[in-house]
Design a protein around this ligand. Structure first.
Ligand code: NAD
Ligand code: ZN
Length: 252
């Protein structure tokens, strides 16, 4: 493992432009369960069904009760962990230029990362389906469900539900980052939710080196990833950032 970390850190140290794609696994050590994998929400409910826009439009109170409210409470108290901090350290070293995250938890920004593309939107705010006014989600974590706007419209979280489009600006920012990176860190994602899962494939086709950090193998691990660093993201990212910091840009 030590040798693998050193080699991967060398790729980072020698790169011109490192980016990261992150998923729910990076926030597990902050106490937020992922969708898939051990302890994932899928053991209790089927997010593909509950977190689908059709389910929300059909019965918003049910989706607020089964998914949104609990998630909102969890996120309100979650703190960034060593994996988020590792990415901050790589940005401070001048190596990491941007993060594309599938997460809606805001923990990269809370840790201090400055260029974060929220590919699946955010849970920080909600919007009215009728008048589109935004407000903080914390206004909606207690009381009647579904929460309503002053105009009477139903409020929805500003995340991307299954069955919805990726916000255009996030999609374009992600594509631009993928097209210009020469190393992509892929941290804590099962790489099964499209179109996010396509990004490491596109980066690889453009010649980038793919460094995967995950507890388990994913569909990328044997075909796309050049490095598969198995283990909890906090430990791996801390070691990678430290090792890269000790190297000069020629990798020595
Ligand atoms: P996922 O739930 O499909 O997969 C999580 C991945 O993380 C798995 O591959 C698992 O092996 C790995 N993992 C779990 N614990 C880990 C750890 N400690 N260190 C390293 N890896 C670990 O996640 P996904 O690929 O991001 O897709 C799920 C979708 O659900 C995303 O679109 C996201 O928007 C949403 N989601 C977000 C959050 C959040 O914001 N924190 C939480 C749950 C789901
Ligand atoms: Zn309204």
């Amino acid at each position: 493992m030590e040798a693998l970390i050193q080699q991967a850190a060398k790729e980072i140290a020698c790169a011109r432009n490192v980016i990261a794609l992150t998923g729910a696994g990076i926030s597990v050590e902050s106490g937020i369960p992922p969708f898939r994998g051990k302890g994932g929400l899928w053991e209790k409910i089927d997010p593909m069904e509950v977190a689908h826009i059709d389910a929300f439009m059909e019965d918003p109170a049910r989706v607020w009760r089964l998914l949104i409210q609990d998630m909102g409470h969890l996120l309100a108290s979650a703190q960034p962990n060593d994996a988020h901090q590792g990415l901050v350290a790589l940005e401070k070293q001048g190596r990491l230029t941007s993060i594309i995250t599938q997460n809606v938890d805001g923990l990269h920004q809370a840790a201090g990362s400055s260029r974060v593309v929220e590919f699946h939107g955010s849970f920080a705010t909600v919007s009215c389906l009728k008048c589109h006014t935004k407000q903080p989600i914390k206004n909606c974590l207690t009381g009647e469900l579904p929460p309503l706007c002053d105009c009477g419209g139903v409020l929805r979280p500003d995340c991307v539900f299954f069955g919805e489009m990726i916000p255009m600006n996030a999609f374009h920012a992600a594509q631009a980052a993928v097209a210009t990176c020469d190393v992509m860190l892929v941290v804590g994602t099962s790489a099964t939710v499209q179109p996010a899962a396509q990004m490491p494939v596109m980066a690889k086709q453009n010649g980038a080196v793919i460094i995967e950090v995950n507890l388990d193998s994913t569909p990328l691990s044997h075909s796309i990833s050049d490095y598969m660093i198995k283990g909890p993201a906090g430990n791996s990212m801390r070691q990678l950032a430290t090792a890269a910091n000790e190297m000069r840009s020629d990798g020595s």
